[in-house]
Design a protein around this ligand. Structure first.
Ligand code: NDP
Length: 312
C-alpha cells in the first residue's frame, strides 16, 4: 500500500497552492484532482482579479499555470476522486476511486464547493458557452458595467452581490421566489435602499433567451402566472453553494451547511494532521486568491504538525 507524507485532495487554487508550498518544503505531496481538475475556475472565462496578471487570464489558463508550478517542485498530480476516508486512523486512510487504498501522515482537504444552478436548459447552455450566465458577481460583474443585469436569490450572497452589481451596472433586477428575503435584515436594508435595484417578488425564472449571449430573461409571477420580460445582458445565479464535503461527514466537524470547521484562523480541523483550505471551509469570501492564501496556510500547518510529531 502506498504511503505519503502529505496527501492533497482537490485541485482548485487552494489545492495547487498547498501543493506548491508542501513540495518546496520537501513533503513530496501527492494531489488527487477530483472530478473537475482545476475546480470552479475552469468554468469561468476571464479572471481579472487574481494578482499578478495585469492583463487578466482565463480561468483554465490560470489553473494550468498553478498546476505547472506545483509540478515544477515535484508534486505528483493524479486524476482520481477520494471516495472514502478514515481520518481517525494512524496513519490516515484514503480510498481513491473506491479501489486504491493509501495512507497519509497529513491530509489537506481542498475539495471546494459547487455553485447551485436553477437547472434550466438555456441557463446551462449559456453558462457553458460563456454567454452571460454566472454564479459570481465579484468575478464577472465587471463585464456588465453600465448594462442591465438580473440576479436570482434572496440570501446574504444574493443581497451582497446585488449591491455589488448595482455599483457597476445601470439596473439590477433581483428575482425572488417568495414575498420575503432570507438575507439578514442589514443586507435587506441595503438592497431596498439601493435606487437601481428593482426587486421582483414572488417570481421564478421561466426562461433565459439568447443565442450566443443573454438577451432577455422571462420571469413568471407564481401567484398570478403573469410573465414579464427583462431586457438584460447578464444573468447571475446566487441561490447557494454546496461544499464538497460529504465523504468527511461524521469525522470532521462542520457547520449545518457542510462547511468544515477550522480552528481559530488556521486550517486545522478537529482531527490533528487534517487541514481544510479553500471553499470547502469558507462560505464568506470564496475568491481564488483567498483560496490560494488558505492553501498556503494548509501546507505550512501540515509542515509544522509533521515537525511537532517528529515525522521526517
Ligand atoms: P442561502 O441558502 O442562505 O440562500 C439561498 C437563496 O436562494 C434563498 O433566498 C433561496 O430562496 C434562494 N433559492 C434557492 N433555490 C432557489 C431556486 N431554485 N430558485 C430561486 N431561488 C432559490 O445561500 P447564500 O449563498 O446566500 O448564503 C449561504 C450562507 O453563507 C448563509 O448562512 C449566509 O448567511 C452566509 N453568507 C454570509 C455572508 C456575510 O456574512 N457577509 C455573505 C454571503 C453568505 P428561499 O429563501 O425561498 O429558500
Amino acid at each position: 500500500m502506498e504511503h505519503v507524507k502529505c496527501l492533497i485532495i482537490g485541485s482548485g487554487p487552494a489545492g495547487y497552492t498547498a501543493a506548491i508550498y508542501a513540495a518546496r518544503a520537501d513533503l513530496k505531496p501527492v494531489l488527487y484532482t477530483g472530478l473537475v481538475p482545476g475546480g470552479q475556475l475552469t468554468e469561468t472565462t476571464e479572471v481579472d482579479n487574481f494578482p499578478g496578471y495585469p492583463k487578466g487570464i482565463t480561468g483554465p489558463e490560470l489553473m494550468e499555470d498553478l498546476k505547472a508550478q506545483a509540478e515544477r517542485f515535484g508534486t505528483q498530480v493524479r486524476f482520481g476522486i477520494a471516495t472514502k476516508v478514515d481520518l481517525n486512523a494512524t496513519p490516515k486512510k484514503i480510498w481513491i476511486d473506491e479501489t486504491i487504498e493509501m495512507t497519509a501522515d497529513t491530509v489537506i482537504i481542498s475539495t471546494g464547493a459547487s455553485a447551485k444552478w436553477l437547472g434550466l436548459e438555456n441557463e446551462t447552455r449559456l453558462r457553458l458557452n460563456a454567454g452571460g450566465v454566472s454564479a459570481c458577481a465579484v468575478c464577472d460583474g465587471f463585464f456588465y458595467r453600465g448594462q442591465d443585469v438580473a440576479i436570482v436569490g434572496a440570501g446574504d450572497t444574493a443581497a451582497e452581490e446585488a449591491t455589488y452589481l448595482a455599483k457597476l451596472c445601470k439596473k439590477v433586477y433581483m428575482i425572488i421566489r417568495r414575498s420575503d428575503m432570507r438575507a439578514s435584515k442589514a443586507m435587506q436594508h441595503r438592497v431596498k435602499n439601493t435606487a437601481n435595484i428593482e426587486i421582483i417578488w414572488d417570481s421564478e425564472t421561466h426562461d433565459i433567451v439568447g443565442q450566443q449571449a443573454v438577451e432577455n430573461v422571462i420571469v413568471k409571477n407564481i401567484k398570478t402566472n403573469e410573465l414579464r420580460t427583462l431586457t438584460v445582458t447578464g444573468f447571475f445565479v446566487a441561490i447557494g453553494h454546496k461544499p464538497n464535503t460529504d465523504i468527511f461527514k461524521g469525522q470532521l466537524t462542520m457547520d449545518d451547511l457542510g462547511y468544515i470547521d477550522v480552528i481559530g484562523g488556521s486550517s486545522k480541523t478537529n482531527i490533528p494532521g487534517v487541514f481544510a483550505v479553500g471553499d470547502c471551509s469558507d462560505k464568506t469570501y470564496r475568491q481564488a486568491v483567498t483560496a490560494a492564501g488558505s492553501g498556503c496556510m494548509g501546507a505550512l500547518d501540515a509542515e509544522r504538525w509533521l515537525a511537532s510529531e517528529g515525522i521526517h
